[in-house]
Ligand binder design. Structure first.
Ligand code: SAM
Length: 272
């Protein structure tokens, strides 16, 4: 506003998010398992499989591999899965991932996890501390696949982050997002789910991590995130084409795929 209230509010929000993730970094993976009853692992597996990262070599040529940018990559869950998939399923030993996060503590957990992996030794993973809303370190038109899992709902300016995703991707490059949705498809299940998330999650946070407030914030940020339809519109506004024109495509016509009754959703977009 004229008086700068928006800026004050936005700065407050960004510092709040930073504090939350600094506080949860060390027990983040355990808490994820507890809060989602382990289901986040299945969603992440499905997300990565649906992207089929890596390029299969042909008899005539060894391809260059893909350049993947995993935004809000945190502890490296998605990056690890993508490198495993490229290597084991597509026999691609070239594809590399840049794990990027705004929070040095979360990135530190990711670094630690990769330090003993063959991917680190082969130079197939690198780490970048950056705000997704301003990826100055990444050249325009340089990325084949941009992923963001359970990250974008924490961004202060989501549209700006989508525009940055569009800028850094090569033409033909894919944007892919895995995120919680604010409401389940079934109203009865939605009521049960809301009781669970608003009741149990802050309590588990308090008991396991001695940090009720951070987990309360995480639940509230899901509630405030746009619906699947609204978010698909934002992706389109950033310039992406939504995939899935054929009914048999995994991502439905509308441009997203609901997971587990719509608790989470996968959105994709292609840069024309
Ligand atoms: N992608 C990982 C996963 O699926 O397990 C981590 C998700 S974690 C819930 C959200 C991450 O978003 C945190 O590591 C946090 O630091 C990061 N984050 C929050 N705001 C960000 C921003 N503006 N730019 C980049 N990363 C951000």
């Amino acid at each position: 506003t004229h008086f700068g209230f928006d800026t004050v509010a936005e700065n407050l929000k960004a510092s709040r998010v930073a504090a939350v993730f600094s506080s949860v970094a060390s027990n983040y993976d355990t808490m994820n398992d507890l809060m989602s009853l382990g289901i986040h692992r299945l969603w992440k597996d499905h997300f990565v499989r649906s992207l089929n990262p890596g390029i299969r070599p042909t008899t005539s040529a060894q391809p260059q591999g893909q350049r993947i940018l995993d935004i809000a990559g945190g502890t490296g869950d998605i990056a690890f899965r993508m490198l495993d998939h490229a290597t084991n399923i597509n026999r691609d030993t070239q594809t590399s991932v840049i794990v990027s996060d705004i929070n040095p503590e979360m990135l530190g957990e990711g670094r630690k996890r990769f330090s003993t992996s063959p991917y680190q030794a082969a130079g197939r993973v690198s780490f970048m501390e950056a705000n997704a809303e301003q990826l100055d370190q990444v050249e325009s038109n340089s990325i084949d696949l941009y992923t963001v899992a359970f990250g974008i709902r924490n961004f202060t300016h989501k549209q700006k982050a989508l525009e940055e995703a569009f800028r850094v991707l090569k033409p033909g490059g894919v944007f892919a997002c895995l995120e919680f949705a604010p409401n389940l498809n079934n109203p009865v299940m939605n009521a049960v789910y809301k009781r669970w998330s608003f009741g149990a999650i802050p309590l588990i946070g308090q008991i396991v991590a001695a940090d009720r407030d951070s987990y309360q914030y995480l639940v509230e940020s899901i509630e405030k995130f746009p619906s699947q339809q609204e978010f698909a519109g934002m992706i389109r506004d950033a310039g992406f084409l939504l995939p899935g024109q054929r009914p048999e495509d995994e991502v439905v016509k509308a441009g997203w795929e609901d997971l587990t009754m719509g608790i989470a959703a996968i959105h994709k977009g292609v840069k024309p």
